[in-house]
Design a protein around this ligand. Structure first.
Ligand SMILES: Nc1nc2c(ncn2[C@@H]2O[C@H](COP(=O)(O)OP(=O)(O)OP(=O)(O)O)[C@@H](O)[C@H]2O)c(=O)[nH]1
Length: 482
């Protein structure tokens, strides 16, 4: 299991690599099929999508749909015996020969010590290449919220805990200064104010897990732009005649009328549309709740499982830099993968098995470093290198062990009809299946009014592989390791 071997890429992968880089193999610099990252391709139906990462596509084709930007380095591909890449042998006891460019986590952590020692003596431990193949990391999914953060014109001096959502919208909306709808959350806010959130924009984003809707939220509690990554592809292809099996996951505040005389183009620009936008046409979304199509009445939420939801905390180091100190990037990716899995149900209308698209959401909270912020988290890493654990390091810096709050996340879920209040009818008490290993998170969300129907453990694939190995699970660097 420990031996690193040299292998060749399989045929299809190799073809793509040769196309994308003069160097070929794993040291490609442009993993975007020769296109620049911003280059657009026009599909047959006239839609414009960002250029697909051909490296990723090739990996997915050769290894299966589970391979994503993050898992690309962690996942398996069929083994061959000669070539250029350093890979790890993960072959299982059933005789499946599998190789991965990702070392087992235990090995990664084990080798870290050797790496640290050897880098001091300028000789890198053979077989451990932590950042060997990350040329395509620049386009990874979690970069999106970070870019949004950079272009945000909302500064902390322009907002305050007591500011109204309408003030926020007036600053950088550019469409309307007078929002009429936001979601109010009882008395959950610690400062005594109602927590208000408003979805400012919703847009379709193609991802390795299929098409998702990215929702950007403003709120009256902090100056962060929190996000919801909604997986509900059924609504892309919805037509009025056919009612969906499960209620669509839509933002009430986005679909509301924001001001008198609102134009269709204003609504379309912020994403308040139904179905799929195309050059051929569009349809603005329902502006009142009574217009929302009901799920098929004969299909209760007992038949369609409650949506899977993960509340994910931003982790710049783990998600964008590819830090091995935590598994946040893998967790985000794994959450989206699991939410996007098709759901098998029995259609009570004809009693036949049927499959519906996966549905759920990742609520992406900008709570870096368990709420202590990136600056403090990075300082905490230095203290951890001195031998302190995560909690000790946070406390030494004057922070709590975990400073995250979940009222804003709960308000976003309410706005999306997820586990709080629901959209209407049967979905009202549908609840959510929460993807987490953190019991504290479950308690805090229940306190914030979320109906948690079930907790689903959130185990990254690399951990699962380790468990099968019988080797160490978790590691001292990962905050999620408990
Ligand atoms: N302060 C601090 N924060 C960290 C560290 N490593 C990761 N984080 C942050 O921890 C957050 C993730 O929290 P976790 O405890 O891993 O996971 P969780 O969200 O509580 O629980 P799960 O839902 O089971 O993943 C992210 O915001 C990371 O930025 C660390 O060493 N110190």
């Amino acid at each position: 299991m420990d031996g690193d071997v040299k292998v060749a890429l399989d045929f299809s992968l190799h073809d793509v690599f040769n196309e994308t880089s003069a160097v070929g193999g794993l040291s490609v610099e442009n993993a975007n099929g020769g296109a620049t990252p911003n280059e657009e391709k026009v599909s047959n139906d006239g839609r414009k999508d960002g250029a697909i990462d051909s490296l990723l596509l090739a990996a997915a084709l050769s290894s299966g749909p589970h391979v994503t930007r993050h898992h690309y380095h962690h996942s398996f591909f069929p083994s061959s015996e000669d070539g250029e890449a350093t890979v790890w042998d993960w072959s299982d006891s059933d005789g499946h020969k599998l190789m991965s460019r990702q070392a087992p986590r235990s090995a990664r952590l084990g080798h870290r010590a050797a790496f640290d020692d050897s880098s001091r003596s300028s000789s890198i431990s053979p077989g451990f290449k932590p950042v060997d193949v990350d040329g395509n990391g620049a386009y990874s999914l979690p970069l999106v919220p970070l870019m949004i953060s950079r272009i945000s014109s909302v500064s902390s001096s322009e907002t305050s805990l007591s500011s109204d959502v309408s003030e926020l919208i007036g600053i950088d909306d550019g469409i309307t200064n007078t929002p009429t709808v936001s979601v109010s959350r009882g008395s959950a806010a610690e400062n005594g104010n109602d927590v208000q959130v408003k979805c400012m924009v919703r847009t379709r984003v193609p991802t390795p897990h299929g098409e998702v809707f990215l929702h950007l939220y403003h709120n009256n509690c902090d100056d962060k732009e929190h996000l919801a990554i909604v997986v509900d592809p059924a609504q892309l292809d919805s037509c009025e005649e056919e009612r969906p099996f499960a209620p669509f996951i839509r933002s009430k505040s986005l679909d509301a009328v924001w001001h008198d005389g609102e134009t269709p183009m204003e609504r379309i620009t912020r994403g308040a549309y139904v179905g799929r936008l195309s050059e051929a046409g569009y349809k603005t979304s329902y502006s009142t709740e009574s217009d929302v199509p009901e799920a098929r009445s004969s299909l209760s939420h007992a038949v369609v499982p409650a949506p899977l939801v993960r509340i994910h905390s931003e982790c710049f180091t783990g998600e964008t830099v590819g830090s091995l100190r935590c598994d946040c990037g893998e967790q985000l990716d794994e959450a989206l993968r699991r939410i996007a899995q098709p759901i098998s149900i029995i259609n009570p209308e004809n009693n036949t098995p049927t499959t519906i698209p996966g549905r759920g959401a990742v609520i992406y909270m900008r709570q870096e470093g368990r709420g202590i912020g990136l600056l403090s988290k990075l300082r905490a890493y230095n203290l951890q290198d001195l031998g302190h654990d995560t909690v000790q390091a946070n406390l030494l810096l004057g922070h709590g062990a975990d400073e995250r709050g979940y009222e804003v996340a709960a308000a976003i879920m309410e706005d999306l009809g997820l586990g709080v209040d629901g959209m209407k009818g049967e979905s009202a008490c549908e609840g959510v299946r929460l993807l987490t290993n953190n019991p504290d998170k479950v308690t805090k969300l229940i306190d914030a009014g979320v109906h948690v129907a079930d907790r689903v453990s959130m185990v990254p694939r690399t951990w699962q592989c380790q468990a099968e190995d019988g080797s160490q699970t978790g590691g001292y660097y990962c905050a999620g390791d408990g």
